[in-house]
Design a protein around this ligand. Structure first.
Ligand code: AP5
Ligand code: ZN
Ligand code: ZN
Length: 214
């Protein structure tokens, strides 16, 4: 299956994607994770992306389309994939369609993590992540066994630089202005499944599985 996860910051995309990945054996491409890795490694791409990311604005379409175009060539992505955080503009969605057309493929389903903005600040400011695995915790909703420490590796957890209430505001603005039109784009193709993303994680997982198999 070729799946897209779309939703505002904190809606649960990154929490659900490893579960879907394990279940359906897909390749998982998260542009946010890839960009953060590039920033940390100070690659030319990371240097270009950093300023926009710190402000909670979108990185340029050319930059992220380039990353995805490259990543989709991986053998593990030929049978199917989960895109988390891409496409985020209508231009990106159109470019993705072009890329897939060339490969004789198309997007099967768009999972829309629908949720009220008001819930997101608490989710974002309480988030802790284990950078190398992508495992995500929350001080209140999904606490690690030992505070500040990854359950599996015992390594320290970190908070994302853009996970402040102030930067969340711009990220939400970008979502409503630039990414909601992407949902309309796919609605016209009748491939959107709306998920109740405010429910507890296990219930969201069940809804995700239902949507994928339908
Ligand atoms: P990106 O990394 O994609 O961030 P985002 O879209 O803002 O999404 P988040 O990762 O914040 O949210 P999530 O839905 O994954 O939430 P999570 O599951 O972790 O992008 C970052 C930046 O990169 C962008 O601002 C932009 O600059 C740039 N960028 C990336 N892609 C781009 C693109 N295509 N074009 C241009 N620029 C791009 O959950 C959050 C918290 O809530 C966690 O603590 C979790 O434990 C908890 N939680 C999850 N589910 C539940 C639940 N059901 N109930 C209670 N708590 C829950
Ligand atoms: Zn995420
Ligand atoms: Zn809106």
């Amino acid at each position: 299956k070729r799946l897209i996860l779309v939703g505002p910051p904190g809606s649960g995309k990154g929490t659900q994607s490893p579960i879907i990945k394990d279940e359906y054996c897909l390749c998982h491409l998260a542009t946010g994770d890839m960009l953060r890795a590039a920033v940390a490694a100070k690659t030319p791409l990371g240097v270009k992306a950093k300023e926009a990311m710190d402000k909670g604005e979108l990185v340029s379409d050319d930059l992220v389309v380039g990353i995805i175009d490259e990543a989709l060539k991986k053998p593990s992505c030929q049978k199917g994939f989960i895109l988390d955080g891409f496409p985020r503009t209508v231009v990106q969605a159109q470019k993705l369609d072009e890329m897939l057309e060339k490969r004789g493929a198309k997007v099967d389903k768009v999972l829309n993590f629908a949720i009220d903005d008001a819930v997101l600040e608490e989710r974002i400011t309480g988030r802790w992540i284990h950078p190398s695995s992508g495992r995500t915790y929350h001080t209140k909703f999904a606490p690690p066994k030992v505070p500040g420490v990854d359950d599996v590796t015992g390594e320290p957890l970190i908070q994302r630089k853009d996970d402040t209430a102030a930067v969340l505001k711009s990220r939400l603005e970008a979502f409503h202005r630039q990414t909601e039109p992407v949902i309309d784009y796919y609605n016209k193709k009748s491939i959107v499944a709306n998920l109740p993303a405010e429910k507890p994680p296990q219930e969201v997982t069940a809804e995700v599985k239902k949507a994928i198999s339908s």
